[in-house]
Design a protein around this ligand. Structure first.
Ligand code: CP
Ligand code: NVA
Length: 284
C-alpha cells in the first residue's frame, strides 16, 4: 500500500505507465472495467473545488466505486479531532482517502497513520493530480517529453512545483519566470519573461493568489501575464495550459484563454482520466 502525495514519489517508468493508463481511459471516455466495485473513496475538501471533486466523483463512479465527499468543516481535521485519529477512523471505513488541505504536513501526517492509500487533491505545496492531467494534455500535442520546453509564468505555487518535478523526471526543459521563487525546486529561474517563454512548446500559468494565500501587491506580476505579446515569443504551435479557475485580465488575457492555443478545457476533462489511472494504480 502506498500514497500519492507528490509527483516526485514516481519514477519515470511509473509516471509514463500512469499516463498510458490514463490515455486508455481517455480513449474510452472514462468508461472501463468496474475495478472499484465494492470500494468506497472518501474525499475531504478543506478548500473549495469544482474540477477535483467532480472529476474524482465521476471517475470513481465510472469504475464502479462509491464516493463520499466531505467538507473540511464537517470533519475538522486537526480541529475537531487530531489528524491522526481521522486517518485511522476513515481507514476503517473506506478504501482510499483524497484530501485537499492547506499545509503539506497535514496530508503527510494523515498518510503516516492511514492504512489505506491517501491521494493528494491539492496542498499548499503540491497538486500532483492536476499535473498528471497536464502531462496527459501535453502528450497529445508533443509526445516526446525529452524534447520539450515548458515555461511557467507567474506565481510559483503548488502547480508549478508539481509541474517542475514532472519535468525533472521526464527530462523536459523547465523555465520558471515570476516575481517570487518562494518554493524552490527544479527548473531554470529566468527573470526576463521573454527569455523564459522563448521557443517554449508549453506555456503554463495559474492564479497569482492561491487559496489560503495572504493578500499581496499584484503589480509586479503583470509583466508575466500570458498575453498575445508574450506568446509571440513561444513556438507558433505552443499550447497554453491553466489548471483553472482563471482570472482573466490578471495571469492570462481573455483573448489567450479563448484562443486556439489554449487547451484548458481539454486539460480540465483530462482530470477524470488521469485520476482514474491513479485509482487503478493505488487501489487495485
Ligand atoms: N484545477 C483544480 O484543481 O480545480 P478545482 O480547484 O476546481 O478543483
Ligand atoms: N494554485 C491554485 C490552484 C487551484 C486549483 C490554488 O492553490 O489556489
Amino acid at each position: 500500500m502506498s500514497h500519492f502525495l507528490d509527483i516526485h514519489s514516481l519514477n519515470k517508468q511509473a509516471l509514463l505507465a500512469l499516463l498510458d493508463q490514463a490515455q486508455q481511459y481517455r480513449s474510452n471516455k472514462g468508461k472501463g472495467e468496474a475495478i472499484l466495485a465494492g470500494k468506497t473513496v472518501a474525499m475531504i475538501f478543506e478548500k473549495p473545488s469544482n474540477r477535483t471533486r467532480v472529476s474524482f466523483e465521476v471517475g470513481i463512479r465510472h469504475l464502479g466505486g462509491e464516493v463520499i465527499s466531505l467538507q473540511g468543516a464537517e470533519v475538522g481535521l486537526g480541529k475537531r479531532e487530531p489528524v491522526k485519529d481521522v486517518a485511522r477512523v476513515l481507514s476503517g471505513y473506506v478504501d482510499a482517502v483524497v484530501i485537499r488541505t492547506f499545509s503539506h504536513d497535514i496530508i503527510q501526517e494523515f498518510a503516516r497513520y492511514a492504512t489505506v492509500p491517501v491521494i493528494n487533491g491539492l496542498t499548499d505545496q503540491s497538486h500532483p493530480c492536476q499535473v498528471l492531467a497536464d502531462l496527459l494534455t501535453i502528450q497529445r500535442y508533443f509526445p516526446d517529453f525529452s524534447q520539450l520546453k515548458i515555461c511557467y509564468l507567474g506565481d510559483e505555487n503548488n502547480v508549478s512545483r508539481s509541474l517542475s518535478e514532472a519535468a525533472q523526471i521526464l527530462g523536459s526543459q523547465m523555465a520558471l519566470s515570476g516575481p517570487s521563487h518562494a518554493l524552490g525546486g527544479y527548473g531554470d529561474r529566468v527573470n526576463d519573461p521573454i527569455a523564459a517563454i522563448k521557443d517554449a512548446h508549453v506555456v503554463v500559468t495559474d492564479t497569482w493568489v492561491s487559496m489560503g494565500d495572504d493578500e499581496k501587491d499584484l503589480s509586479p506580476y503583470y509583466q508575466y501575464q500570458v498575453n498575445q505579446e508574450l506568446m509571440a515569443h513561444a513556438r507558433p504551435d505552443a499550447i497554453i495550459l491553466h489548471c483553472l479557475p482563471a482570472y482573466r485580465g490578471k495571469e492570462i488575457t481573455d483573448e489567450m484563454i479563448e484562443s486556439d492555443q489554449s487547451k484548458v478545457f481539454e486539460e480540465a476533462e483530462n482530470r477524470v482520466y488521469a485520476q482514474q489511472a491513479v485509482l487503478a494504480r493505488y487501489l487495485t
